[in-house]
Design a protein around this ligand. Structure first.
Ligand code: CA
Length: 295
């Protein structure tokens, strides 16, 4: 390996190992969703959303943003919104803030449809963004999904499953859009699709641990600036893809663990991650220093 390639790979290792994330869902705007924060409406009826069961729009805490949130308290409660002019083949991101108290799972269900005056048929399986017992806070859930061939509309439903008495789900700042910042560039280039399972895991990690603190946000911003040219390079050199994927294995594995562990376990994982980054940096520096000269 020439020292240039080695230096490039070292940079890739370090940068992708830590910063495989992009800013996207933290916008408050709802994109194509009308009235994403339930702020507009008359009394309990929010503009843009169709309410069924005992779904309500309420101005009592907890509210994520503004003065209103949506609340459901039982099976059959639902808020539904149809969004038209959806282009087939386009990759969209859906997100929303969910607050769950009691034994129930809050669900944002998204599916694509072909609708005309005469025909109405669902084209896709339903994508689910969900949360259970959010520990007294709102958590954001987000996911990418591709509109199948023939799509004209998307249906977004807010509901709950597995109800027990006294449980409640709140929703706020629901969104659906074509991601403006692009995707998880490097990982997408390596895996060939922004919807690969590994990338969804990395995205969850990013949402839970990076954009929730200033340092993480700074890292994500940095990644967002430096990664597109690297992703372009990877796309143009398919031989690199297996190498980058292998590089991402630890990041994916650790993200998987991080989103499924206790705080103590998480602290240990962060320690290990820091050690790995330091080790990689040392390794890269030494390798570069020792490498034979070809120039
Ligand atoms: Ca609101």
């Amino acid at each position: 390996m020439s020292k240039h390639i080695r230096a490039m790979l070292a940079t890739l290792l370090i940068v992708t190992g830590v910063l495989v994330f992009l800013p996207s869902g933290y916008v408050s705007a709802g994109g194509a969703v009308e009235n994403p924060g339930f702020e507009r409406g008359e009394d309990e009826v929010p503009l843009g959303w169709n309410l069924t069961g005992n779904a309500t729009r309420v101005d009592t805490p907890p509210i994520y943003a503004g003065n209103w949130s949506a609340r459901i308290i039982g099976e059959g409660d639902m808020l539904t919104q149809w969004v038209g002019n959806i282009s087939a083949g386009t990759i969209f991101e859906a997100w929303g803030w969910i607050h769950v108290s009691g034994n129930v799972t809050g669900v944002i269900a998204v599916d694509f449809w072909y609708r005309t005056e005469d025909v109405e048929s669902q084209l896709s399986s339903t994508a689910i963004l969900s949360a259970t017992d959010t520990g007294g806070i709102y958590v954001q859930k987000a996911g990418l999904m591709q509109a199948p061939t023939q799509t004209t509309h998307v249906r977004i439903r807010l509901l709950g499953t597995g109800w027990s008495d006294g449980a409640e789900v709140r929703f706020d700042e629901i969104g659906f859009w074509v991601p403006a910042g692009g995707y998880c560039f490097i990982a997408t280039a390596a895996y060939g699709s922004p919807m690969a399972e590994e990338i969804q895991i990395l995205r969850e990690f990013r949402d839970a641990y990076l954009i929730t603190n200033p340092v993480g946000k700074a890292l994500v911003d940095l990644y967002y600036r430096v990664s597109p040219p690297m992703a372009e390079f990877i796309t143009g050199h398919p031989g690199l893809k297996p190498i980058v994927r292998a590089t991402l294995v630890p990041a994916v594995a650790m993200s998987t663990v991080a989103v499924n562990t206790t705080p103590v376990q998480k602290a240990a994982m962060i320690g290990v991650l820091a050690l790995i980054v330091v080790a990689l940096a040392v390794w890269a520096t030494k390798r570069r220093g020792r490498g034979p000269q070809y120039t």
